[in-house]
Every structure is written in C-alpha cells, then in structure tokens.
Design a protein around this ligand. Structure first.
Ligand SMILES: [Zn+2]
Length: 307
C-alpha cells in the first residue's frame, strides 16, 4: 500500500489523536458501542486494521479488540508519557497513532487493543473494495417478486450480505427468502473465470461459475450463523461437483465470505457440521469477489412458476 500521510481531510479531533498521540474522552467515540460486521481501517490512509469479529466490550469506554488483522497492519512502541510505561500502537503504513495494547484482554490472545474511534473508519461487510456486482440482465429498479424490496444495490445501510452456493439456485433461493429478517435475495453466478456469463455458458461451457444466492439480511433479526444453518440443512454438502441429479461444477457447494469475520464463522460451522457427518464435506469457503446477476426468469423462479 502507498504511504499516504495526507491529513488535510481530518477533523480537528482526528488530527489531534492520530498525529499528536491524543486520546478521545472515554465513551465519547463513534465505535464504542458499535456492533456491525465489517472491517475497521485507518482513518488517515485506509489501511485495514481490525475485523469486527475480534471486537468486544471491554467496559473501558474505547473500542477494544483482542487481535489485529494479520499481515503486520499495526506496529507498536513503548510510550513513557503520563508517568506510565505503555505499549503504543500505530498504523504500520502511515504511523498514525491508534491507541495502546494491554495484556489484560480475553482469550484467545489475552490482549486488549484499546483504540480511539477517531483513528478509525468502518467498512461494513460486503462493501470492501474487492466485492463487485455485475449486472447485464436486470433493469436497475428490479424488485423482488415476493418481498417487493430491491434486488440490486444500494441496499439500506443496516443490511448485511451473504453469498451461498448449494446446488440448483431455484430451490436454494426460496429457502433463504422464507427466513424472517431476510430483506432480499437474488440468484446469480460466481466463482468462475468468464466475465458476465449467461446461463447457457455456465451450464454448458464449464466457465467455473457456481449457481449462487445473494442474501441481503438484517443482522438484528437473523444472524449470519442462522443463515449458515439454513445453508447446511438446505443441501447435502458432501457431494462434490453435483447436487442430487444435478451434475456439474455449477452445482458445487460453496460459501463466499464477505469479510474475514464471515470466513471465520463459516469455517467454524463447517468444522462443527463435519463432526456430525461420516462423509467428508466438500464445501469450499472462499472470499466473495463478484456476484453476476442471473437472467430475470431465474429470479424467484419458484414463486413465479406458482403465480
Ligand atoms: Zn494509516
């Protein structure tokens, strides 16, 4: 990442904290009681620092994390100011002051990264720079045939997204739109090589895409873990490149994680389900990169066929 020390866009408080080793008053920052799924980045340079999966309520009045993201995102040095010897933490990319790290955090690390909200920006899950929607088939204002909510972004700010592949997308989509707390769903193609594939290409020319479901959900009503239960119970995850009578790579089982937090929850739940099964689970857990909306007639197919 390019070093970017441009501080001209900062508020006075952000400047004082990040550039002059300031500390915001406890319980004053924007992210103290913030529980959305996503990633916290450096407010100065955008370097990704902490995942929401490692955030916890320490009671200190500052956002607290038990670990930083891997990859040397953070560096530390001893700080002797205020008559205390503390370990200061800084953005490893731009040297902005973040806060301090203390050895009194929870398991598994025993560390408490105590960070000023003023040093951070929050990127909700699924809005990271790596995830793109691709749409060549649907009008921009397409609404869900069952719920009437939009199928294309932008979605309301409090929503999160998940992407799953569990065989033919017609029946799989319905399993998710039936859940309370699911705002919208769509079917599409993901995980392959060809840009903007259509159904014929995915089914007959081995583009590597899987048939996938985009699930837009309100995490205060249904959690990602509950969606993972729908996923595991909605198909047989031990069948490799097929699902029942549907045979081919496009029917493989896959979880496309929108964040490192989702990836960890997906891997943990895969491990838990594997304990209950004799056959080996073939589900792939991969980072979500692109969702290609499928043709309109595939969207909410089972509801349209009944209508
Ligand atoms: Zn930085």
């Amino acid at each position: 990442m390019k070093k970017n020390n441009d501080t001209s866009g900062l508020t006075p408080e952000q400047y004082q904290v990040t550039q002059q080793c300031g500390t915001e008053p406890p319980f004053s920052g924007a992210y103290v009681n913030h529980h959305e799924t996503g990633v916290y980045s450096c407010v100065v340079c955008g370097n990704q620092l902490f995942d929401s999966a490692s955030k916890y309520d320490s009671g200190s009045g500052w956002p607290s994390f038990w670990s930083a993201l891997e990859g040397k995102q953070i560096k530390s040095r001893f700080d002797e100011s205020h008559g205390m010897r503390r370990e200061e933490i800084l953005c490893a990319n731009c040297d902005s002051h973040l806060g301090h790290v203390f050895p009194d955090g929870p398991e598994p690390t025993g560390l408490r990264f105590c960070v000023n909200s003023a040093s951070l920006n929050f990127l909700p899950a699924g809005t990271g720079p790596d995830f793109v929607f691709s749409n060549q088939f649907l009008p921009e204002d397409t609404s869900h045939f069952v719920s009437g909510n939009p199928m294309l972004p932008p979605f309301p700010e409090n929503m999160e997204m998940a992407v799953f592949a569990l065989g033919c997308f017609w029946g799989a989509e319905k399993k998710f739109w039936l859940q309370d707390g699911v705002y919208s769903t769509a079917v599409g193609y993901a995980g392959g090589d060809l840009e903007n594939p259509n159904y014929q290409q995915v089914c007959h020319s081995d583009t590597g895409h899987a048939e996938v479901i985009l699930v837009v959900f309100d995490p205060t009503l249904i959690s990602y873990l509950q969606l993972l239960d729908v996923f595991w119970q909605g198909h047989d995850p031990t069948q490799g490149m097929r699902q029942g009578y549907d045979v081919g790579r496009q029917y493989r089982s896959m979880i496309m994680a929108m964040s490192t937090g989702q990836e960890k929850q997906a891997e943990d739940s895969l491990f838990a389900y594997q304990q209950q099964l004799d056959a080996r689970i073939t589900t792939e857990v991969v980072p979500a990169s692109c969702f290609n909306y499928a043709e309109e007639y595939h969207q909410q197919y089972l509801a349209k066929r009944q209508a």
